[in-house]
Design a binder for this molecule. Structure first.
Ligand SMILES: O=C[C@H](O)COP(=O)(O)O
Length: 255
């Protein structure tokens, strides 16, 4: 089976001032050095736009990648309040979260908008972390699988297989986000395997290389059993990424 390098990506959401971000970065670098067995994981911090410049100063030369949590699909223009991919690459971002369920729900982002954002991110050399996931009603109605596969298809169907090869997908069941209720490793695996099958239909050879992350109440105590699943290649971590000691422990639990 193909080995995929695991990714642990922290998503700070709307937390951390510039000063807090600087303190976190310094603390994380120091505590990672003390990790007994190091880590095999690729690490990413997805910060609010306002903290990105500070993270560039602190982390650009380090092993930790910097990511944003959103972006617009135009390079520049009269789009008040939006941030372009060019602005992100200037701040040393290499990753960008696209289509997080909070963007879809609170800011009404739909699959068509998300598809444009994914394409533009790739055009600018950013790795999109495409988020998909069902709500509780869909899960209880037994429609989770079809719904999530549809989200993946709608976001990626215009892309070439070579473009699809470069993306990261994060499966985040909405009912597991910030609730303390993690999907069981078996349920998460079933969904991630279904996502990979969808990717294989869109880009046959690339599908085995694409990293699929799980997100939703991931912490140091449950990351190992999730990562034991064959189609789970890492995690998108919200709450547990806010404290550098806890985040280091989580990273250290990735085998
Ligand atoms: O992007 C991260 C997810 O929304 C998960 O958040 P959480 O770890 O706080 O449940």
């Amino acid at each position: 089976m193909m080995t995929r390098k695991p990714i642990i990506a922290g998503n700070w959401k709307m937390y951390k001032t510039v000063q807090e971000a600087k303190d976190f970065a310094a603390g994380l670098l120091e505590s990672l050095e003390k990790l007994e067995n190091g880590t095999n994981a690729e690490m990413v911090i997805c910060a609010p736009f306002t903290a990105l410049a500070a993270l560039k100063d602190e982390l650009e030369e380090s092993i930790i990648h910097i990511g944003a949590q959103n972006m617009y699909y135009e390079t520049q223009g009269a789009y008040t309040g939006e941030i372009s991919p060019l602005m992100l690459t200037e701040l040393a971002c290499t990753y960008v979260i696209i289509g997080h369920s909070e963007r879809r729900e609170y800011f009404k982002e739909d699959d068509a908008l998300i598809a444009k954002k994914v394409k533009t991110a790739l055009d600018f050399g950013l790795t999109p972390i495409l988020c998909v996931g069902e709500n509780l009603a869909l899960r209880e109605a037994g429609q989770a699988l079809v719904f999530v596969q549809g989200q993946v298809e709608n976001a990626l169907r215009e892309l070439s297989p070579e473009e699809i090869r470069k993306i990261v997908v994060a499966y985040e069941p909405i009912w597991a986000i910030g609730t303390g209720r993690t999907a069981s490793p078996q349920d998460a695996q079933e969904m991630c395997a279904a996502i990979r099958a969808t990717l294989a239909r869109l880009a046959a050879e690339a599908a085995q290389e694409i990293r699929i992350l799980y997100g939703g109440s991931v912490k140091a105590s449950n990351i190992a059993e999730l990562m034991d699943q064959p189609d789970i290649d890492g995690a998108l971590v919200g709450g547990a990424s806010l404290d550098f000691l806890g985040f280091t422990e989580l990273i250290g639990s990735v085998r």
